[in-house]
Design a protein around this ligand. Structure first.
Ligand SMILES: [Zn+2]
Length: 175
């Protein structure tokens, strides 16, 4: 009788231990599976945002770099080096505040008064595709990259100013 009870306890302990042993790996496997589940992306929101004012081209010379050749003492916009004729697009919906060839050192230029209350300034253009007062939507072509004004080669100089702001009233371009 005593031996039978000891045997029963041994079986119970063995079953208990082997259960514990099996449970942990099962939990880990489950955790791993959860971590591999794809995270859904809101495709509409991603598609609506314009990644660059010059589609396909990134910043080649950044805003804020100190340089005495600028009147402000620093680079007042982001430059997008790109071939002459590359299209420039509206980064947000808005209205064209100005579009002319009278930018001086900025050459042929366009001001986009965006729905976020900022003026985005497109400089050194070769072609203007929109006139002052035109309503535009994000991604719409405004003109083409050029080398008008005071430049050494074709690029878009792109500024972010408060509504009606002048030279030097800028922040790092954000939209
Ligand atoms: Zn520049």
């Amino acid at each position: 009788m005593k031996r039978n009870m000891s045997f029963a306890v041994l079986i119970l302990v063995t079953v208990f231990l082997s259960c514990n042993k099996n449970e942990k790996p099962a939990t880990e496997a489950q955790d791993e599976e959860i971590a591999q589940t794809p995270v859904p992306v809101q495709e509409e929101a991603v598609a609506a945002r314009v990644a660059s004012p010059v589609p396909g081209y990134g910043v080649s010379y950044k805003y804020g770099i100190k340089d005495p050749r600028y009147a402000a003492g620093y680079h007042t916009g982001d430059d997008y080096a790109s071939p002459k004729g590359s299209k420039v697009v509206a980064v947000l919906d808005g209205t064209i505040a100005w579009s002319n060839n009278n930018g001086g050192a900025y050459g042929t230029w366009i001001g986009l008064r965006a729905t976020n209350g900022r003026d985005y300034v497109y400089c050194h253009l070769s072609v203007r595709s929109v006139s002052t007062g035109a309503k535009v939507v994000a991604g719409q072509k405004l003109g083409e990259v050029g080398a008008t004004g005071n430049v050494t080669g074709p690029h878009l100089h792109f500024e972010d100013r408060p509504k009606g702001g002048g030279y030097g009233q800028v922040r790092k371009p954000t939209w």
